[in-house]
Design a protein around this ligand. Structure first.
Ligand code: HEC
Ligand code: HEC
Ligand code: HEC
Ligand code: HEC
Ligand code: HEC
Ligand code: HEC
Ligand code: HEC
Length: 237
């Protein structure tokens, strides 16, 4: 009788140990997997033993193992200004899908998103927000949408979205678009049809409406006028 009770106690004990051990391995495996910063960082040298062949013609020589080889001269921009950035756009286009963001970036989920060797942060993306940033980055310069027209012309996320890192539900205000495409009067003059000047997408009885009513960033654009005037000949390029 006593022996069986002991055996039950013992098997329960080892069962518990087993369970605990299982949990410990699970818990130990989790952070290592998700904390990408903890994984050994790739080096530029793995793929570029010499930067000269990939740098623009006539570029001053650059040497180093990481993004620090570039940031000595190309100071990272946290200003949020509406401007193209060839250095940034070219680096992002070239490495999309080939390396992880943390080759060059530092990221502490919910706390900071910066650049290796630099004391700066563009924002505090959570894991979910980072997943969305990566998703949009993957198509920003290659989609069939408006983002790619900009990506190919070196307009990065910041060029449109400004200082704050874009997150779910974000859009872009007219004033921001007009910093590069304005003034509005000039845009209106450019798109006034010669034969039927009233059918101007940028000057109509709708007044001051959002640019993004028609021009979508990361999805199919559509001319809103056509919903009520299906016979108008208006097309987006
Ligand atoms: C996993 C491999 C890999 C790593 C690591 C890597 N690159 Fe690249 N890089 C590429 C590939 C692939 C291309 C595009 C093909 C090409 O032009 O050779 C490229 C292109 C470039 C270009 C040319 C961009 C342009 O204007 O076309 C530069 C500059 C560059 N890399 C710099 C770097 C720097 C700096 C690092 C380290 C922070 C780095 N690379 C790390 C694979 C890598
Ligand atoms: C010694 C200073 C210096 C270093 C280091 C340096 N650059 Fe440059 N880079 C320049 C200058 C100057 C220009 C031309 C002016 C400009 O566009 O900022 C330039 C221009 C560029 C351009 C062309 C931008 C355009 O207008 O198309 C790219 C791309 C570029 N650099 C990438 C890099 C990369 C990648 C690294 C690191 C591997 C790097 N540079 C390191 C000084 C430097
Ligand atoms: C090869 C290096 C490299 C890789 C890989 C890289 N970045 Fe960057 N990133 C930079 C540099 C350098 C800057 C700062 C450029 C500047 O301000 O001139 C930057 C800036 C940014 C910015 C802020 C400025 C802006 O235009 O919005 C965002 C957002 C960003 N990167 C997102 C990403 C994401 C997401 C990934 C991964 C999909 C990634 N980056 C991969 C080098 C890299
Ligand atoms: C940082 C400057 C900048 C900002 C901000 C900007 N654009 Fe552009 N946009 C450009 C450049 C550069 C091009 C390339 C063609 C050109 O040179 O005009 C372009 C092209 C376009 C085109 C024609 C080609 C295409 O890709 O469809 C449209 C339409 C357009 N932009 C609309 C917008 C709208 C709407 C916004 C605001 C949501 C906006 N842009 C924000 C710089 C900018
Ligand atoms: C031409 C300007 C432009 C550029 C460049 C641009 N965006 Fe956007 N983005 C927009 C507009 C406009 C919207 C509003 C939603 C839409 O029209 O797709 C938006 C929406 C977003 C959203 C919210 C999407 C959602 O599902 O709620 C995210 C996240 C985002 N952008 C990330 C980025 C990132 C990351 C980059 C750079 C890799 C980038 N954007 C570059 C114009 C731009
Ligand atoms: C009602 C829909 C609609 C709205 C709202 C709208 N656009 Fe357009 N946009 C169009 C159409 C249609 C075209 C193509 C017509 C053309 O090119 O003549 C166009 C063309 C453009 C072009 C390319 C012009 C060129 O040919 O060089 C730019 C840039 C542009 N829009 C920016 C903007 C900006 C900035 C806003 C907000 C202030 C805006 N759009 C609001 C429908 C719209
Ligand atoms: C919500 C519906 C609606 C939208 C969207 C709309 N309109 Fe209209 N529009 C009307 C109505 C209603 C009239 C007056 C009745 C009529 O003449 O068809 C009108 C009349 C007009 C007229 C004068 C009559 C004609 O057919 O020539 C023009 C020009 C016009 N709209 C241009 C535009 C343009 C350009 C846009 C997009 C920027 C636009 N509309 C978007 C509803 C709309």
């Amino acid at each position: 009788m006593k022996k069986t009770a002991l055996m039950i106690t013992m098997s329960a004990f080892f069962g518990l140990v087993y369970l605990l051990a299982g949990n410990i391995t699970l818990e130990a495996a989790k952070p290592a997997k998700s904390k990408e910063a903890a994984a050994p960082r790739q080096s530029c040298v793995t793929c570029h033993p010499d930067f000269a062949p990939v740098l623009p013609k006539g570029h001053p020589p650059a040497a180093g193992k990481d993004i620090g080889a570039c940031t000595t001269c190309h100071k990272p921009d946290v200003s949020g200004k509406a401007a193209a950035n060839a250095f940034s756009a070219r680096l992002h286009r070239a490495h999309e899908g080939k390396t992880d963001c943390v080759l060059c970036h530092t990221w502490v989920p919910g706390k900071s998103f910066g650049l290796l060797g630099q004391k700066l942060t563009w924002g505090k993306p959570s894991k979910e927000e980072m997943a969305l940033l990566k998703q949009v980055s993957g198509t920003w310069a290659t989609s069939t949408y408006m983002d790619a027209g900009h990506g190919k012309k070196n307009v990065t996320c910041m060029g449109c979205h400004g200082k704050a890192l874009p997150a779910e539900g974000d859009s872009v205000e007219n004033d921001r678009c007009l910093e590069c495409h304005g003034p509005l009067e000039k845009l209106q003059a450019k798109t006034a049809p010669k034969d039927l000047p009233d059918r101007n997408p940028h000057k109509s009885h709708l007044g001051d409406i959002g640019c993004t009513v028609c021009h979508k960033g990361h999805k199919e654009s559509a001319v809103y006028c056509l919903q009520c005037h299906p016979n108008f000949q208006m097309k987006l390029k």
